[in-house]
Design a protein around this ligand. Structure first.
Ligand SMILES: NC(=O)c1ccc[n+]([C@@H]2O[C@H](COP(=O)([O-])OP(=O)(O)OC[C@H]3O[C@@H](n4cnc5c(N)ncnc54)[C@H](O)[C@@H]3O)[C@@H](O)[C@H]2O)c1
Length: 248
């Protein structure tokens, strides 16, 4: 268990990810807000209406892109660390632009955990030198809501277009877009009936070098829709807020 006894947090969304974070971390105080459920969890202060309590130092969003859009303006008015995992919200250009305008005058500090992928340390280091990023996601046809045998490309285009057609599949592309610039990211989605796990191949072309990351996460035993690496990436970000040593 990660012990961060000095932190007073607000968790937005107590679903698969939120519950795992609570199970694996010992905070000094936990407020929680969830629009659709209030499960009995010991020592949690449930909020009836969304707000950021004054004693909170860190807000952890693990709810939905809608939640990011709904509460960010309020959160950005507070001097908190704000961790955002539903990065697909940022595929919406209008929201993205207003968020970063508000951030300019905000006392908050925003963190985007690496979520279901890796390699973001390298991407962030060379971000100004990146020409192009191609993110190829391969999933079983059933995960994309289609019924085919073999392999076929179902989408090729920008993150913004992918967001309209596959809104539940673009956290990764949005996180990469936030680092490299959305205009530099091309998304390819393939259905492949031979796959049991989702595969993401991220190819980066830059002035500094060419990089390729292949990620194949195993489904979490408790919830096949989420991989544990997303939870671990949030824990890593929480840990780095309190650590004297930070990798990456
Ligand atoms: N960045 C990444 O790589 C990555 C990886 C996996 C999941 N995610 C994202 O993390 C989020 C959480 O995933 P999960 O598996 O825990 O989902 P989940 O559905 O199990 O839990 C989400 C919880 O948030 C609550 N919620 C939804 N909208 C809300 C709102 N507007 N206000 C308050 N509460 C709200 C729901 O009631 C639910 O309890 C999702 O948006 C998912 O897309 C991101």
């Amino acid at each position: 268990m990660l012990g961060v006894k000095t932190m007073r947090v607000l968790i937005i969304g107590v679903g698969n990810i939120g519950k795992q974070i609570l199970k694996m971390t010992h905070f000094e105080k936990v407020y929680a807000f969830d629009k659709f459920r209030k499960d009995h969890i010991p020592d949690i202060h449930w909020l009836e209406e969304f707000h950021v309590p004054e004693d909170v130092d860190t807000v952890i969003e693990c709810a939905s892109p809608e939640a990011v859009k709904e509460y960010s303006s309020q959160i950005l008015k507070s001097p908190v660390n704000y961790l955002i995992i539903s990065t697909s919200a940022f595929a919406d250009r209008v929201f993205r632009e207003s968020f970063f305008e508000e951030l300019k005058v905000s006392p908050a500090k925003v963190f985007f955990p690496s979520g279901a992928i890796g390699g973001l340390d390298l991407l962030a280091a060379v971000r100004k030198n990146i020409h192009r990023v191609i993110i190829e996601t391969r999933k079983h046809p059933k995960s994309l809501g289609i019924n085919i045998e073999g392999e076929t490309t179902v989408f090729e285009g920008s993150v913004e277009e992918a967001a309209k057609l596959f809104p539940r599949n673009i956290n990764i592309a949005s996180t990469v877009g936030l680092i490299a610039g959305f205009e530099k990211v091309k998304v390819i989605i393939k259905a492949d009936s031979s796959l049991s796990n989702n595969v993401h191949i991220i190819s980066v072309i830059s002035d500094v070098g060419k990089y390729e990351f292949r990620i194949e996460n195993l489904p979490s035993p408790e919830n096949p829709k989420t991989s544990m690496v997303t939870v671990y990436s949030i824990l890593k970000t929480i840990e780095s807020l309190n650590s004297k040593i930070v990798f990456g």
